[in-house]
Design a protein around this ligand. Structure first.
Ligand SMILES: O=c1nc2n(C[C@H](O)[C@H](O)[C@H](O)CO)c3cc(O)ccc3cc-2c(=O)[nH]1
Ligand SMILES: C[C@H]1O[C@@H](n2cnc3c(N)ncnc32)[C@H](O)[C@@H]1O
Ligand code: MET
Ligand code: SF4
Length: 361
């Protein structure tokens, strides 16, 4: 349990008063009544990336970066569909800049003038294989997101933090302003959205509170945030500064739960976080878990088997529920394009699989 600690963070407001904007006490947060997860395949479209985040081993420099071919995308998606998955997760490097001539040349050869134009084809392949696309291409302009919105069940980008941190520094720095703009764009376009905070990259507790409040504000404006991931940064060959302490993660998770409306799920990734020790802080989702592919962003951290997720839920005394990459409350409304809606409703093997997942909860 929480102990006596007050999880609050003082935020100094403009007029000089100190206001407790995000003050969390044990009474504000309790364990969720169920745990959900989504069966997915991870499709790493390209390892090219305009940024160089210091904790990330995913991106590769221009001479080495790769691009999956349409045949490779289809192969991953078919394996996913065969394993009962419902989601194709397109997570890849942020919009490769002009240093990546080779990648742009390859895209041009395949008839695409941008990575988003190619993502559109990739989503089409996933749908054709019976998977619902969830794309996480990092920062996007309105035009880029608009290019792929109708072929995605949901879209996501980790806010990570509103703070300027050294981990994002250097000549090609990820900027919080641009991340927030991407989340706002999704709201304007009416796209169900996943975001999250990355804990332990040099941000303070106050920065985490501000990040959560920024997400809340955008959700209040657009109503499009379906879940927030509270993700601990993990050690790898490029990042050896360690992961956050359990207590830090507990505070961050509790703060997310208490600071956001109940309809927003709080996700803890079971391959990166000690989920069992976070459940009483309000976690209700275990995110996308793959029976088929690695977590290509954190390849040293294997997905737990379904049996392990069942154990976690059983020990907590709550049901484990499979979900689609879009939350039920967006599923049958104006939030989804006709193409995605008809994929869910289709009288096909995939449509029946989606409805089984929807009806199981
Ligand atoms: O398998 C993963 N899924 C990741 N997901 C997918 C997530 O686990 C769920 O599959 C989605 O929430 C859709 O239901 C992300 C989704 C986002 O929108 C933003 C970031 C991530 C990060 C990961 C990730 O590192 N690994
Ligand atoms: C897919 C998401 O994974 C996160 N990400 C990138 N590198 C790491 C790491 N070492 N540990 C945890 N998360 C990471 C980024 O925030 C990205 O948005
Ligand atoms: C591989 S990282 C995930 C997608 C994107 N490059 C981001 O940082 O948000
Ligand atoms: S975390 Fe995403 S944006 Fe940062 S370097 Fe890795 S792939 Fe690029």
């Amino acid at each position: 349990m929480f102990g006596a600690a007050d999880y609050g963070v003082d935020i100094q407001v403009d007029d000089g008063d100190t206001e407790r904007l995000l003050s969390v006490t044990p009474d504000d947060v309790s364990a969720a009544e169920s745990l959900s997860f989504c069966r997915n395949v991870f499709v790493p479209l390209t390892t090219a990336c305009r940024y160089t985040c210091t904790y990330c081993t995913y991106y590769e420099p221009p001479g080495q970066a790769s691009l999956l071919s349409p045949a490779e995308i289809r192969d991953i998606c078919e394996r996913g569909a065969d394993a009962g998955c419902t989601e194709a997760l397109f997570t890849f490097g942020d919009d490769p800049d002009d240093r990546y001539e080779r990648i742009h040349g390859q895209l041009a050869e395949w008839g695409h003038d941008s990575i988003h134009d190619y993502l559109r084809e990739a989503c089409d392949i996933a749908l054709d294989c019976g998977l619902l696309p969830h794309s996480n291409p990092g920062d996007q302009t309105r035009e880029q997101m608009g290019r792929v919105a109708d072929l995605n069940a949901s879209v996501g980008v980790m806010l990570e933090t509103t703070a300027e941190v050294r981990a994002h520094g250097g000549p090609r720095a990820k900027e919080p302003g641009q991340r927030l703009a991407t989340i706002a764009t999704a709201g304007e376009l009416g796209v169900p959205f996943t975001t999250g905070i990355l804990v332990g990259i040099g941000e303070t507790a106050r920065d985490r509170a501000e990040s959560i409040l920024a997400i809340r504000e955008l959700h209040e404006r657009y109503g499009h945030i379906q879940e927030i991931i509270v993700q601990p940064v993990s050690n790898n060959d490029r990042w050896q500064q360690g992961s956050p302490e359990l207590e830090t993660l507990r505070r961050a998770t509790a703060m997310a739960r208490a600071g956001l409306p109940a309809e927003i799920s709080v996700q803890s990734p079971p391959n990166l976080a000690p989920v069992r020790e976070l459940l009483d802080c309000g976690v209700d989702d275990l995110g996308g878990v793959s029976p088929v592919t690695d977590d290509h962003v954190n390849p040293d951290y294997a997905w737990p088997a379904l049996r392990e997720l069942e154990n976690i839920a059983e020990e907590a005394g709550v049901p484990l529920e499979e979900r689609l990459p879009v939350q039920d409350r967006y599923a049958a409304s104006e939030w989804l394009s006709p193409r995605i809606q008809s994929a869910i409703e289709a009288d096909s093997e995939a449509g029946r699989r989606y409805r089984r997942v929807l009806e199981s909860v």
